[in-house]
Ligand binder design. Structure first.
Ligand code: AP5
Length: 201
C-alpha cells in the first residue's frame, strides 16, 4: 500500500495517566500525518491563557478530577470539526467517560468519522506512578504530586476504564504493551494500526 492509498487514521489512545498517550500521540500523528488532539493539552492552554474556560477548570485539573462532560465535548468537537482534522486524527484523553464516548460516537456516525481503532496502552501501576513522579520533579505539572497522581489513577479506574468494554464490544479495541522504550512502544502501535487499516480497506 502506498502512502496515497492509505486511509486516513482515526484513532483514540485510551490509557491511565502516565501510560504514554501524549508521547505516543505526537509520534503517531506525525507518522500518519494527521493532527494530534490532546484534551489535557488543550485545557492546560486555556488555564495558562487565563480564558473563561481555563478559569473554570483550573482547580478541578489541579486536583485530578475530570472537568464536565459538556465543556470537554464542546471543546473537542469544535477542534475536530476544523478542516485540518477532517480526514483523520489521533485523539488522546477524549472520550474518557461513557457519556463522552456515546456523544462522540453519535457525532462520528453522522459524519462517517468514527474511530477505526482504540489503542489501550498497558503499563503496570507502579511504573505509571514512577513516570509521573519523575515528570513532576522535572517539569512541575500541577497534578503530578503523589496524592494527586493516586487520585487520577482512581478517577481513571472509576470513570474511564468502563470504556474498555464499550470499545471491545464494538470490535475496535487493541491492547498494546506500553512498557519498554518509547521507540519500542511506537513500533508496536504502528504494527497494530497498519494491520487494522489494511483490514478495513
Ligand atoms: P491529561 O493531560 O490527559 O492527563 P493524564 O490522562 O493524567 O495523562 P498524562 O498526560 O499524565 O499521561 P500520558 O498518558 O499522556 O503520558 P505521557 O506521554 O505524558 O489530562 C489532565 C486533566 O485534564 C485530567 O485530569 C482532567 O482534569 C482534564 N481532562 C482531560 N481530558 C478530559 C476529558 N476528556 N474529560 C474530562 N476531563 C479531562 O507520559 C508521562 C511521562 O512518562 C512523561 O514524562 C513521558 O516522558 C514518560 N514516558 C512516556 N513513555 C515512556 C516510556 N515508554 N518509558 C519511560 N517513560 C515514558
Amino acid at each position: 500500500m502506498t502512502d496515497d492509498d492509505r486511509p486516513s487514521l482515526r484513532a483514540l489512545l485510551l490509557a491511565p495517566p502516565g501510560a504514554g498517550k501524549g508521547t505516543q500521540g505526537e509520534r503517531l500523528a506525525e507518522h500518519y500525518d494527521v493532527p494530534h488532539l490532546a484534551t489535557g493539552d488543550l485545557l492546560r492552554r486555556h488555564v495558562a491563557e487565563g480564558t473563561e474556560t481555563g478559569n473554570k477548570v483550573a482547580a478541578l485539573m489541579a486536583s485530578g478530577e475530570l472537568v464536565s462532560d459538556d465543556l470537554v465535548v464542546e471543546l473537542v468537537l469544535a477542534e475536530i470539526g476544523r478542516s485540518d482534522a477532517a480526514d483523520g486524527f489521533v485523539l488522546d484523553g477524549f472520550p474518557r467517560t461513557l457519556e463522552q464516548a456515546t456523544t462522540a460516537y453519535e457525532w462520528g456516525s453522522a459524519r462517517d468519522r468514527t474511530f477505526q481503532v482504540v489503542l489501550l496502552l498497558d503499563v503496570p501501576t507502579p511504573e505509571l506512578v514512577r513516570r509521573l513522579l519523575e515528570r513532576g520533579a522535572q517539569q512541575g505539572r500541577a497534578d503530578d504530586d503523589e496524592v494527586t497522581i493516586l487520585h487520577r489513577l482512581e478517577v481513571y479506574r472509576r470513570s474511564t476504564k468502563p470504556l474498555i468494554e464499550y470499545y471491545e464490544s464494538r470490535g475496535i479495541l487493541a491492547a498494546v504493551d506500553g512498557t519498554g522504550t518509547v521507540d519500542e512502544v511506537t513500533a508496536r502501535l504502528v504494527e497494530i494500526i497498519d494491520e487494522r487499516l489494511r483490514a478495513g480497506t
